[in-house]
Design a protein around this ligand. Sequence first.
Ligand SMILES: [Zn+2]
Length: 390
Amino acid sequence: MENVSQIELLAQRPPVQAALRSFYTRQQEIVELIIAIQQIPAPTFAEAERAAYMEQRFAGLGLADVAQDGLHNVYGRFPGHSPTATPLVISAHLDTVFPANTDLTVQRKDSLIYGPGIGDNSAGLAGLLTLAQTLRDFALRPAADIWFVANVGEEGMGDLRGMRAVVERFGPGALYIVLEGGLYGQICHQAIGVRRFRLDVSGPGGHSWGSFGATSAIHVLGRIIAAIADLQAPQTPRTTYNVGLIEGGTSINSIAQKASLWLDLRSEDAGALRQLEANVNKVVQEVVAKFPETAVAMHLVGDRPAGKIPRQTPLVSWAEAALQHVSQETITYMTGSTDTNIPLSQGIPSVCIGLTRTGHAHRLDEYLDTTFLPQGLSQLLLLTLTAAGF
Ligand SMILES: [Zn+2]
């Protein structure tokens, strides 16, 4: 395999060897950096404090053009030596799923560190800083500019708004690497599409005894949910639906005037996702047609586009070869919903890789296994140097 030998040769160059070794000697320091980032709350839509920290660290590392945009995406450039080389954008999301008042105390048990957001994505952000520091300290200067980006809005209702702005800024003429703290051993070059809706039902309502017979928004909502649950979704391409949240009504003895549901539709394939959405619309209209006193409104509240690039794309092959160099384990090709959705949906070369193993993501007892950090950082460095032309 040509790419393997390319990576092998790269890894044998003395300054690269020294840099790779440093990930093992600096492991404890890197762990402390991860915890320092994790201690700063950063719920989606409230990332400013963590963004300010990253901006200050970018500047401290001597990156050029350090700045935030209006969304609190933070940018910094490690200058390449060839102005015509394809720039490389390396990003990690700032936000977490945890509200601002979450107890962020960490606990250590052997190689594991427990704490909300420790892996997703404090480890990814620490990876950005560690990589920038390593390039500087070992004087590894590739041809291309490397843009380090700590971006907002990856989780929940953030709807990838941070990454949308990043890809708008650098456009299709860049390569994109997305860092996720917990995906070590996995490579993502295929993004699933996600469409999310809030569906509001309204009706006349009334007293449960006195107005019995009037249409209830809750009863209609229940029929809509049952109709959605009866839909067939293809297994290939994998396509799913979920009503994840409902609310509505006034009291136990009121016929409900309002009721809502939150619906999450996903597919590996954009066409299958459109078909599923059309099927949902059809059954909703069928139910509503039976209850002329009710009105239904469906609002799009999330839209993460599907997309993929071929596994033979150089960026993907380099990520594979770099992972093979640092580990003998089999590579998992993850299909997911990450910041790579944005470039992948536009056919722009992009890959998401991980830095270590984590567990219980999006839970308060989330943990990170520090064991794999040196390997994860080694994969990242080798991929970065190859992609940026060292
Ligand atoms: Zn994440």
